[in-house]
Every structure is written in C-alpha cells, then in structure tokens.
Ligand binder design. Structure first.
Ligand code: ADP
Ligand code: ZN
Length: 313
C-alpha cells in the first residue's frame, strides 16, 4: 500500500495524518490554525518527521477556500478571497511544493471530505450526493455522476442567500461578503457571535439557538436538494457534534419542501437521506489521501508521456 500524507485545513484547525485510508490512519495530529507562516511551518515539520519513518509517495491537501483550482491559472494553488487574516491570496500549494519534491493533490476541504465519504463512508455506492460541513464556516462538496463538481471554480454552497428570520433574529451576520448567506447566519462563527459564547458547544441543547440553527440549515439544505437532486446529504463539521441537531434539521427540511418532492427516501426514510459522516471526524483527512493518490497517478501518467518513445520520434 502506498503511503500518503493527508492534510485537512480548516478555519479553526489543520489536521495531518499519514497512511492510505481510514483503516490505516497514523499519527493524526491537530494543528491550531494561526498565521499561514506559523501553521504551514508546523505542517511542514509534521511532514518532515513522517518522511523520516515512512516512504511518502504524495501529499493531499484539502483546505478551506475559496481556492484557485485551475491548473493553468497563475494563481493555481492559492487560497483567494478569504477574510481570514493573513490567508488571503496565500499560495498554500506553492509553500509545500517548494519544501517537498512530491506530487500534491489539492482541492477544497469539503470536496476532499466528499471523496473520503465516497470511497469509505456514507456515500459508498452513490454517484450523486452532497457533503456539507457546518464548522467555522459552511461549505459543500458536490458529486454528480461519480465526479466531484468543479465547474468554473468550485461550488460555494455555504454562501447561498437565505432569508433572515426577523421575528427572532437580529444578528447582523458574520460573512464579510453577504449579510444573509447560510454561513453568515448558521456557521459556528455565527452562533458564537450571535449568542456571545466562545463556541456553540457552550449552548445547552434546549437553548433556542438550536431551533434557529436548524431552521437556517433546513432552508439551505432544502435549496441544495431542489437544485441538485442528490441521493444523499452528509453533514459533518464541528457544530454537528451536537447530535440533537440532526433530527431538528431533518424536520426543518421537510417543512421547507412542504410535500413537493415525492422521492421515497425523503418521504419515508429521511434519517437515511440526511445523515452524519460515515467516517466521523476523518472524512476530510481520508479524502485528502484520495487527493494524494490521484495526484500520484497523474504524475506517473505525465512521466509516461514524457518518456514515451513516440514523444521523441
Ligand atoms: P474547521 O472549521 O477548522 O474545519 P470544525 O469543523 O471543528 O473545524 O469547526 C469548528 C467550529 O465548530 C467552531 O465554531 C467550534 O466552536 C465549533 N465546534 C467544535 N466542536 C463543537 C461541539 N462539540 N459542539 C458545537 N460546536 C462545536
Ligand atoms: Zn457569504
């Protein structure tokens, strides 16, 4: 089995691990997200230490965006318009490329998590599904016909615009670009600011915050279902560690759809349709290993073309 380094980069924490998948996940290490220099120094130290004991074939990086994923763009490998201090226009792939002579697979954290769930988790056998994270921010990875959707850039499913419930919410929102996008109203950051707590973890399960949270997530997810017709929606991220939230979200989704979709799973088996990740907290890190493997396969193909006799004939 080839060994890879997986890196999942989030707004609160970077997770590094090495191995080949969930059954072989070694030295899982959490690094607090600080300045890019400090964070990437700790990531590089992790990679160097791992290389001393294991033959690493490639690195997979699944990181918060927005990202430039266009391989022919001069900004390929950059985190672009994030308001996160210091991270705007940061060449995260470049930093790793300079330090390590290894193929690097690169995609959003949620596309990575979707790949992990597809290969080993709750999306096995499905070709059309969404992985949504509700963490520091909100993001979604979309697979259609067995392929992760990139399109012009990559979907930004956390920034869809939804109505604020003015009857019970006067919070101005936390997104620097949109006052009423899903992330602005329902991310962990939004919850902390609205309810003046360090983390949503500090809010008891019977706090009104959770009904409002489920209301906003229900609207967002209903919109995603209507737009993409997924066969399943997987929801992960730190905020979803509150296990009482998922049943509430399911109820809100049904309320929004209001009987319009007659898809059997939505009508009768919503608990199999909107689910938690099969890989728990490891979807992203395992998906990063899939990205690493894909980049290795691509680099081998490029080498084959470069050295094939036809090229020199
Ligand atoms: P990242 O965004 O870095 O990928 P997470 O997915 O863990 O990291 O999301 C971090 C967010 O989730 C923070 O807002 C944090 O306060 C919140 N969070 C983490 N754990 C919990 C928990 N057990 N209950 C509720 N919120 C949590
Ligand atoms: Zn937004």
């Amino acid at each position: 089995m080839n060994q890879y380094i997986g890196i999942e980069g989030g707004g609160t924490k970077f997770i590094c691990a090495h191995g080949s998948g969930p059954h072989d996940l070694q030295d899982r290490t959490v690094i607090h997200t600080q300045s890019p220099d400090q964070t990437m120094k700790e990531v590089a130290d992790y990679i160097r230490a791992t290389q001393k004991k294991s033959l690493i074939k490639a690195i997979g990086l699944a990181v918060f965006g927005p990202l430039d994923l266009d391989p022919v763009s001069p900004m390929y490998g950059y985190i672009t318009t994030t308001p996160k201090p210091g991270w705007k226009n940061f060449n995260i792939v470049g930093v790793l490329k300079q330090a390590f002579k290894l193929p690097i697979g690169f995609d959003t954290d949620v596309n990575g998590a979707a790949l992990g769930e597809y290969q080993w988790g709750a999306a096995q056998g499905l070709n059309d599904f969404i992985y949504l994270t509700v963490g520091t921010g909100i993001g979604g990875g979309l697979m259609i016909n067995g392929r992760i959707v990139h399109g012009a850039m990559h979907p930004e499913m956390g920034h869809i615009i939804i109505p604020r419930d003015t009857s019970r919410d006067s919070f101005a929102g936390c997104c620097h670009f949109h006052s009423t996008c899903l992330e602005s109203l329902a991310s962990g950051t939004a919850m902390s600011s609205r309810w003046c707590v360090k983390s949503p973890f500090d809010l008891p399960s019977d706090h009104e915050a959770w009904d409002l949270e489920a209301h906003y997530l229900g609207i967002g997810i209903a919109n995603h279902i209507l737009s993409f017709s997924p066969q399943r929606i997987i929801i992960g991220g730190g905020v979803m560690q509150q296990t009482h939230l998922l049943p509430k979200i399911r109820r809100e989704v049904l309320k929004c759809l209001n009987g319009y979709l007659k898809f059997e799973k939505i009508v009768n088996r919503l608990d199999e349709y909107i689910v938690k990740p099969g890989l728990g907290e490891n979807s992203g890190i395992c998906g990063a290993m899939v990205l690493a493997e894909q980049s290795l396969v691509r680099s081998v193909k490029v080498r084959e073309v470069e050295f094939s006799p036809e090229v020199y004939a």
